[in-house]
Design a protein. Structure first.
Length: 640
């Protein structure tokens, strides 16, 4: 009998039943398609042994004029600049007290220190650095007090609690993404109050790692009163902490969503020891915005653009549909006059701006129900706005990504692309994704691009997870879909970095497409990667047949294992609605699992059934594989 070649349509289809998807793939994890054939995805390694505090949802790379390579990392707790694998804290300061406004109180036998500061405006997990304190008289020395602390609890508007710890930098006691100090217990001699010269320097309030139901970008107060009435929105901690950032030359602009805009000067003396400062406090600042949802710098015309901000005439009051832009090439001049190009525009549809994405020719601005195009016109109008589409949804501020002049994004139940017009992308895994999706954490959806393979990735939280634990991929070159499981909160394509970088478990950065293993463990562990076909009829599915032989067709190119291997499995069932058969008898089995190594030529098996599915899987370290077209020997049984 001639051999039957196993050839399957590329991509995954979960929009139909397995039986009706005959000749296609039906399930997978950590596998991609290249040239129509499945292969295991690349592995990942830690970027360094250093981790950071708070989940990161923003990564931004650039190179200074001194050729220093920087990576901005915005987390729920801090904003860091990563250089050489180390994380430097440049989180802005919100307040510095006068000397003597702070006192301490210790309790014998406890590491908890009560800090008294009238109207401290702190929240749990905020960071404060003390200076000028003297010893409390016993174990709590001046050196112990005069360092940075994370606030343990809030007592009231005048008091909060820290836990005394041994002297160390916060970077040194950040272990696997957690604040992990060695605490110091006060004794009976610790009766002092720290003296009259204590100064407290408070970093901006921390945000949340996880969205609180009832808050977030889609649950604010805008639009709940009369039409067009704006709401005064203070920096709060009941929404997910999301940063936006962009370069102004070699310098950095950062914005915490619904908070202030800050500036970091790369040319300062020892810049990595300098914190960001509010844009409105710079010398010569003229009507600079003080609250916004996002900041970008226009690459073509060098305007700073802020979205969902306070207006020139009503500072401090946020209008979620307002767009403002500075004078060209200016950090500080935001007052619109006849002699400059500063100005503002207000969108007319939707209740708030969700995100803005810059392409080569324009800036796409998403509201919660519309899409606009913002284009540079030049004087006297500077920028113009065109309404592109209504009833267009987007999952959250991080759910869109630009690929050249196209923008891809995840909507509430659809995937979209804009390349001149808005189009829904036909998706063969749509129901699979959105039927197992945590809508309460939708603003965590993160889009990323892997240009090496022509892929757009969306990381999203499944129904039973509060954090991104799955991904779905659209291969825009082959127009294919595939999916899998992977915990990532931010993604950055290769460019300045030689490989993609992502934020993962325990708040480490990982370099992807490096090796073939899971570098989240020490030592690295194997990645479980598999792809499984829909069932294939034997004949018309009305007769039994024997499968007697399997001839693999797989390459282990570039594998580092001394003996790379995987398994190929054939499993049968008799009816479309039935389970795949597991039981065996003395002669004929229902499932055949074949170990395949580099030089495996064939395997003799004995299977009987009306239909079968094919699966290829690996889980060992150092293994890379790509499937070709295996062949099987199928012989009719003759029985129905």
């Amino acid at each position: 009998m001639p051999l039957t070649k196993l050839q399957f349509k590329p991509g995954i289809n979960r929009e139909t039943t397995s039986y009706s998807n005959e000749g296609g793939w039906f399930d997978m994890d950590k596998v991609r398609f290249r040239f129509g054939f499945p292969e295991k995805i690349g592995g990942w390694i830690k970027d360094s042994d250093n981790s950071f505090l708070g989940t990161a949802r923003a990564l931004h790379p650039w190179v200074s004029l001194n050729l220093d390579e920087y990576l901005g990392v915005g987390t729920a707790f801090k904003y860091y600049i990563n250089q050489g694998g180390a994380f430097y804290d440049i989180t802005p300061i919100r307040d510095t007290t006068a000397a003597g406004d702070i006192t301490f109180s210790a309790t014998d036998g406890s590491d908890e220190i009560t800090v008294t500061d009238a109207n401290h405006d702190a929240v749990v997990n905020d960071f404060v650095t003390f200076s000028g304190a003297t010893s409390l008289g016993g174990n709590i020395t001046a050196d112990i007090l005069n360092q940075e602390y994370q606030i343990y609890s809030i007592t009231d508007s005048n008091n909060y609690v820290i836990r005394a710890r041994e002297v160390a930098t916060v970077a040194d006691i950040t272990v696997d993404g957690e604040y992990s100090p060695t605490f110091v217990t006060a004794n009976a001699s610790d009766t002092g109050n720290g003296g009259s010269s204590v100064v407290g320097t408070y970093q901006i309030n921390v945000g949340l790692n996880t969205t609180v139901l009832g808050n977030g970008w889609g649950a604010g107060t805008w639009g709940r009163n009369s039409w067009g009435s704006a709401a005064t929105i203070a920096v709060t901690t009941d929404t997910l902490r999301i940063w936006s950032h962009d370069n102004f030359g070699e310098d950095l602009l950062i914005n915490v969503r619904d908070g202030n805009i800050y500036y970091w000067d790369a040319s300062a003396v020892s810049p990595l020891t300098v914190r960001g400062v509010a844009l409105s406090t710079l010398a010569g600042a003229n009507k600079a915005p003080t609250i916004a949802k996002q900041v970008i710098v226009s690459d073509q015309n060098r305007h700073i653009i802020v979205f969902g901000c306070d207006s020139e005439s009503n500072p401090g009051v946020q209008d979620p549909l307002l767009i403002r832009f500075s004078d060209q090439e200016s950090l500080t001049d935001w007052e619109s006059t006849a002699t400059n190009t500063a100005g503002e525009l207000r969108l007319g549809s939707g209740s708030e701006i969700v995100t803005a994405i810059e392409t080569r020719q324009q800036v796409l601005v998403f509201t919660d129900d519309s899409l606009y195009s913002m284009q540079f016109l030049g004087p006297p109008f500077t920028f113009g706005i065109n309404h592109i589409s209504e009833n267009t949804t987007i999952r959250g501020p991080l759910a869109a990504i630009a690929v050249e002049d196209n923008v891809f994004w995840m909507g509430k139940r659809e995937f979209y692309v804009y390349g001149g017009t808005v189009q829904r992308i036909p998706c063969s895994v749509r129901d699979y994704v959105f039927s197992d999706f945590n809508d309460n954490q939708a603003e965590k959806v993160t889009a990323g691009v892997n240009t090496l393979f022509g892929e757009v990735w969306w990381f999203y939280p499944s129904a039973n997870s509060d954090e991104n634990d799955r991904y779905v991929v659209y291969n825009y070159q082959q127009q294919l879909w595939y999916y899998g499981t992977l915990s990532r909160s931010a993604w950055l394509d290769q460019g300045i970095r030689e490989s993609p970088v992502a934020s993962g478990p325990n708040n480490y950065l990982y370099r992807h497409e490096n090796g073939f293993d899971n570098g989240e463990t020490d030592p690295a562990s194997g990645i479980t990667a598999y792809v499984e076909s829909s069932q294939v009829d034997i004949g018309e599915g009305d007769r039994f047949a024997f499968i007697r032989r399997l001839i693999p067709d797989v390459t282990f190119r570039d594998s580092t294992a001394s003996t790379p291997s995987l398994t190929m499995t054939l499993k049968t069932r008799n009816f479309p609605g039935g389970n795949y058969l597991q039981e065996t008898d003395s002669a004929i089995s229902k499932t055949a699992t074949v170990p395949v190594e580099q030089f495996t030529q064939d395997a003799h098996i004995r299977l009987r059934g009306r239909s079968f599915a094919f699966r290829i899987e690996s889980e060992n370290t150092g293994v890379s594989w790509r499937l070709g077209s295996p062949r099987v020997d199928i012989r009719p049984d003759g029985r129905r």
